[in-house]
Ligand binder design. Structure first.
Ligand code: FAD
Ligand code: SF4
Length: 482
């Protein structure tokens, strides 16, 4: 526990609390971290956490909580930090959020809790994500697991997919006394958390600890099971005796640009690039062989402006790329990536070529990528998404020499389950249709949520869907009403 004498007292008047500046997150220096895979953010010390927690104004109507998709009781956990009860704060978060060490690291807080913090209107919001991460890490360091003693209901639920939506459904249902088994297609658990988001933003040991915590509550996990191939949803319900099924299979199928040269060696989808590196441990090179072309000394570009794109290019930089470009057809204001990731990428030396759109990948004549032809863009009127539409500028084409290109322009639904589950309604893009409140699908006893329903979104939105699904699965199992 921190020496409280070093910190402002909890009884500090509001006027004094308001003078405390936002406590910055300690980070690895950009020049060092650009060459390693260790975590960029180092986490608050107890002193920093106490200082930051004191900035909370204890608003009567806390909008931060309303704007958290899983409804974390922000004020209550922050008050517990101020009181020095860090384990109590962690337990308070866990009432609503089964993955606090993960959301504290990757939530786009500026769009949720922190975006609606009153302090943000006058200066900088409370560092809610940083505080959440602090108490979750503290809890893990202390090795404290609160396993709830709940009488078993005798009902069995299968959760398909171990991403944030599936883990949330499982975590919420086990606390209601149901037997839960998570079925995962890959050999590793965590979904995009494990195969997409790189080690330097979300260390594997953090994912493992959070899943171990869930395992300790009684959830069963089975890997290498492709539902729709190994076993169908109907078989789970009719032959294996599951009373309900949740589908949280994500949107992992990559989209391509459909421009000439995409088949050249050296052109990857971000999904393939990151999966190979994260699950085949290329981030531990040279201890593990790189299961991709050797990037050292090469020029690499990613096409796209989301979190995935930035993760891919920052990974390429760490694997030794000479030049690392982001090619994005709109301006920075329209980039969907988290603000912190954009700032970190710039500090590390990523070269952002904005308002730039590739039109063709160029070959060296032997089947390998040698460059990319691009056209400069300008912003026109807003499109259906509300963002200003990028329009090509005639005659502005130019070539950029490259050895590796990573395409990160979005993903789509994997169709395995939809095509093997009769009566399961999908939309025209192949996503499963589910009620936005109950997460019920068109098949009795089958629920769905996360990216497989909304298309590619965020960890916390997938978790929010998981919470809603768990609530309505529980209602269904206890009332039998559909
Ligand atoms: P997923 O996480 O995709 O998990 C689905 C799981 O289902 C996978 O493990 C998959 O293997 C499994 N599965 C699929 N089909 C089957 C089947 N037939 N049988 C059994 N299992 C199956 N969001 C943020 O909020 N912040 C970020 O910083 C962020 N960064 C990102 C970086 C990258 C590189 C990527 C790709 C995404 C990022 N996102 C981020 C988005 C976020 O990770 C996703 O929105 C979220 O993981 C979706 O959760 P999900 O549970 O719906 O699915
Ligand atoms: Fe904010 Fe995410 Fe925590 Fe909710 S889960 S309080 S949105 S950081």
């Amino acid at each position: 526990m921190a020496d409280r004498a070093e910190c402002p007292p909890a009884s500090l008047p509001l006027r004094e609390r308001m003078k405390i500046p936002r406590q910055h997150m300690p980070e690895q220096p950009a020049i060092e971290r650009a060459a390693n895979f260790s975590e960029v953010n180092l986490g608050y010390s107890e002193e920093l956490a106490l200082q930051e927690a004191l900035r909370c104004l204890d608003c009567r109507k806390p909008l931060c909580m309303q704007n958290c998709p899983v409804g974390v009781k922000v004020q209550e956990f922050v008050d517990l930090i101020v009181a020095g009860d860090f384990l109590g704060a962690a337990a308070k978060i866990r009432e609503d959020n089964v993955l606090p060490a993960i959301t504290g690291r990757v939530c786009p807080q500026e769009d949720h809790c922190e975006g609606s913090c009153v302090l943000a209107k006058k200066g900088e919001s409370l560092g809610i994500g940083y505080l959440e991460r602090f108490v979750a890490d503290y809890e893990q360091r202390m090795g404290v697991f609160h396993v709830p003693a709940v009488p078993p209901t005798g009902k069995k639920v299968a959760v398909v997919g171990s991403g944030p939506s599936g883990l949330t459904v499982a975590g919420d249902l086990i606390q209601r006394g149901h037997q839960v088994r998570v079925l995962e297609a890959l050999h590793e658990l965590g979904g995009v958390l494990a195969y997409g988001i790189p080690e330097f933003r979300l260390p594997r040991n953090i994912i493992k600890q959070q899943i171990d915590y869930l395992r300790a509550t009684g959830i069963e996990f089975e890997t290498n099971v492709i539902v729709g191939k190994t076993v169908t949803i109907d078989e789970l319900m009719q032959e294996e005796g599951y009373d309900a099924v949740f589908i949280g299979t994500g949107a992992g199928a990559p989209l391509f640009m459909n421009i000439p040269g995409e088949q050249l060696n050296g052109v990857y989808s971000a999904n393939e690039f990151l999966t190979r590196i994260n699950l085949m441990k290329a981030y531990k090179f040279p201890e593990y062989d790189q299961p991709i072309v050797d990037i050292r000394g090469k020029d690499v570009a990613v096409i796209g402006g989301g979190n995935t794109a930035l993760d891919a290019i920052r990974t390429a930089l760490r694997l030794g790329a000479r030049k690392a470009y982001v090619l994005y057809r709109r301006s920075e204001a329209e980039m969907p990536a988290r603000a912190e990731e954009i700032r970190h990428a710039r500090q590390e030396g990523i070269d952002f070529r904005l308002l730039t759109n590739p039109t063709e990948f160029l070959s060296n004549g032997e089947g390998w990528l040698s460059g990319v032809r691009c056209v400069r863009m300008q912003l026109g009127e807003p499109d259906a998404s509300g963002r200003r539409r990028p329009v090509p500028i005639n005659g502005s084409e130019f070539d950029l020499p490259l050895s590796v290109a990573v395409i990160s322009v979005g993903t789509s639904a994997n169709p395995v389950i939809q095509s093997t589950t009769p009566g399961l309604a999908t939309d025209k893009r192949g996503y499963i249709q589910a009620d936005p409140i109950t997460q019920r699908t068109s098949c009795k006893g089958v629920f769905a949520g996360g990216d497989i329903v909304t298309g590619s979104a965020t960890v916390i939105l997938a978790m929010g869907a998981g919470r809603r699904a768990a609530k309505s699965i529980h209602e269904y199992l206890t009332t039998g009403e559909w």
